[in-house]
Design a protein around this ligand. Structure first.
Ligand code: ADP
Length: 399
């Protein structure tokens, strides 16, 4: 069997999985791991092989040391680069700008193109590049493939992709809606026609990736027409710790009245807002417990979240003109029965009817949760970005 090593390198962590591209979305990967707290005195490397976990605590000074040590630990458990036959290394890259609409084989030129995109993703692309450089150095004989989070949205219609901001400034600074979670929206939207037995070329759908980060997309016959994230992943739906769409005037107001710096506002909107900023927690299981205990902040946070979600669903119904399917995915979307029910409550007039019994079923499988007479099908489809990256790497390297 041939495996893909999938790497998602962050600023202080590296997540990786060893994935068989032919597995299904809910299969566990052969191995997975997390190098955490890179650059801090107290780091750790966590590895899970066939369900068995191990953890080594150590100071991880940089990405090179972290990944090298992780490979040694994988080798010690019989699943490292020196024992397994990897066909490629797949790298998640957050920002592909306007340049990338497909996965690419990484060489020195691609590395420098990803580097050129740093101003658009100053937190993410440098960390992704660290992972790429280290992995290419350690595994120079393998093909390395970059899979971009923005790629699926690269060809959105200009009316959806462009902002009504001064044209000259927008062109000079590459300001447009890029969208994120594209690998997930593409993966989900490809599963939906299979589950429904429909022709993908005649399927109009709304995909809802509701994890800690959250986004919605309108997909017309396989192509993205609109999405809720923008130049950055801050836009759109209310998220675990991010505001989603807010009046940009709030930023000027905070700068002038609260004398907050741009960096402070950035942290406020990205890390201290969303459900967490409203209720104190960002995990929906904790939020639900608070609601059940009668906490009014939690109830309000939940209602703001649902209201914003319905706003996007409604606008994408109009943009698509006809909707065949609405699909929930990721941590909240796959698990939270109430979020699904409330997001689509009272929409019978639009042909949307969730079946409460089907909705309540807990399962790892892609499934329909609408009633038989619902003209719009409602689905839950587990997403798996690592598997999607492995499949893309396989398609690129093995034809
Ligand atoms: P990300 O990849 O964006 O970090 P995930 O897609 O893994 O996120 O989603 C994580 C979120 O999913 C958690 O913060 C939590 O809110 C939610 N979640 C996970 N399990 C459940 C569950 N059983 N019920 C409700 N929400 C859940």
């Amino acid at each position: 069997m041939m495996y893909c090593l999938v790497i998602n390198s962050g600023s202080s962590s590296i997540k990786f999985q060893i994935v068989d591209p032919e597995s299904s979305a809910t299969d566990e990967p052969l191995a997975s791991g997390l190098v955490e707290q890179i650059g801090e005195p107290q780091g750790a490397i966590n590895i899970t092989v066939e369900g068995e976990k191990s953890r080594e605590e150590l100071e991880v000074v940089n990405h090179t040391q972290g990944l090298k040590r992780a490979f040694e630990l994988l080798d010690a458990r019989g699943v490292g680069p020196s024992q397994l036959d990897f066909f490629a290394v797949g790298h998640r890259v957050v920002h592909g700008g306007k340049l990338f609409s497909e996965p690419v084989l990484i060489d020195a030129q691609i590395e420098s193109m990803i580097e050129d995109l740093i101003p658009l993703a100053p937190l993410h692309n440098p960390a992704n590049l660290d992972g790429i450089r280290v992995a290419r150095e350690i595994l120079p004989d393998l093909p390395h493939v970059a899979v971009f989070d923005t790629a699926f949205f690269n060809h959105m219609p200009p009316a959806a992709a462009l902002y009504a901001i001064n044209n000259e400034v927008a062109s000079q600074y590459d300001i447009r809606r890029y969208g994120f979670h594209g690998t997930s929206h593409e993966f989900i939207s490809q599963q939906v026609p299979k589950v429904l037995g429909r022709d993908p070329e005649h399927t109009r759908q709304i995909t809802l990736h509701l994890g800690n980060g959250a986004s919605a997309a309108a997909v017309h016959n396989g192509r993205a027409m609109d999405t809720s994230m923008g130049l950055t992943p801050l836009a759109g739906l209310v998220m675990g710790t991010r505001t989603g769409d807010i009046d940009p005037g709030i930023i000027f107001h905070l700068a002038r009245e609260a004398q907050m710096s741009i960096d402070e506002i950035d942290v406020l909107l990205n890390k201290k807002s969303g459900v967490k900023g409203l209720a104190g927690v960002n995990d929906f299981r904790a939020l639900r417990e608070m609601i059940d205990d009668g906490n009014s902040d939690a109830w309000l946070a939940y209602n703001i979240y649902i209201h914003q979600l319905r706003r996007f669903i409604g606008s994408y119904m109009i943009i698509l003109g006809r909707v065949d399917a609405i699909t929930f995915a990721a941590g909240v979307g796959e698990n939270d029965v109430e979020v699904r029910a409330d997001a689509l409550a009272d929409l019978e007039v639009y042909g949307i009817k969730i079946d409460p019994e089907r909705n309540a079923v807990r399962s790892d499988e892609p499934r329909e949760i609408s009633t038989d007479d619902s003209t719009v099908k409602v689905l839950v489809v587990p997403t798996n970005e690592e598997l999607a990256i492995a499949q893309k790497a396989a398609a690129l390297t093995q034809g």
